[in-house]
Design a protein around this ligand. Sequence first.
Ligand code: ADP
Length: 312
Amino acid sequence: MNFFKKVQDKFSPKRTETEVAPSVAAIPVPPVETASSAEAPKVGALDRVKSLIAVGSGKGGVGKSTVSLNLALALQQQGKKVGLMDADIYGPSQQHMTRAVRPKLLDGDLIEPSDYEGIKLISVAMFSNSGQAQLLRGPMAAQVIRQFLSQVAWGELDYLLIDLPPGTGDIQLTLAQIAPLSGAVLVTTPQEISLIDVRKAVSMFQTLNVPILGVVENMSYFICDSCEKKHYIFQQSGGKKLAAECGAPLLAEIPIDPRVAEASDDGRPMFVQHPSSTVGQAYTQIAEKVLAQEQMHRGSDGALGYFLLEWK
Ligand code: ADP
């Protein structure tokens, strides 16, 4: 059965309750590479993808998906070919923010990613009805990720951004095992409550030998219409503190701007609608710094190489 059909079947509204939550034993999980595997993982559909960059956070709601999409657009404006994989299986929002259409099925069990403003995009939400819950056990979610990596015709890309779910669970570990990540961008809000969880993500990436390319502090401050002053609604400098802790640069402090949420809900993100706004300029700055950092961390062979997870 091809990938498209499998995902459609999984999310089809006519499924019965028992079919929606299959037992773990019934789910076809392919063998997992381990640290002892001598060979690099086989990820055929990524053959012409130069760099994979994860965008992660500790907590949900800090703006990670918004940053992923706008960063993809800003990287493209720097002349790069960019794709975006929505790995936030349980809370996919890339389809809502772009209205990207359902991908086409190609020959050989491959699917063609949607195109949004030149960005190649895939999200599980493209295969399900709006408002439908993503009822997937961990191994099935991991399987979707494997298929996004191996059965999507990504073609030639400079960067494939991966919008990770919050936390440090199954999906992150699956990616860590099979995808040659070149680096990670961390998104946080300034408050300590966000930093506590982002530090766990930092620790995960460090354990997995994935370089941290930088920290984005989102919702840093608010500029009101009348006084032009920066109001630090949450705490100040949390992102700077985190960046110093993990030895990575602070990529930008993005202000709170109600147009960000409006633009996302319109299906035309901030970088498309207001590229020269303060938020838009922050995304350009993030893209430039990410490119510089990625070049700096890049190995002499043009890739950082595969890292394999040592699960202890
Ligand atoms: P996450 O992926 O971390 O769960 P989202 O990207 O879905 O977070 O963002 C959560 C909400 O915050 C969305 O409504 C989004 O439009 C809004 N948002 C994100 N960044 C900003 C910002 N800088 N200013 C105003 N709203 C923002």
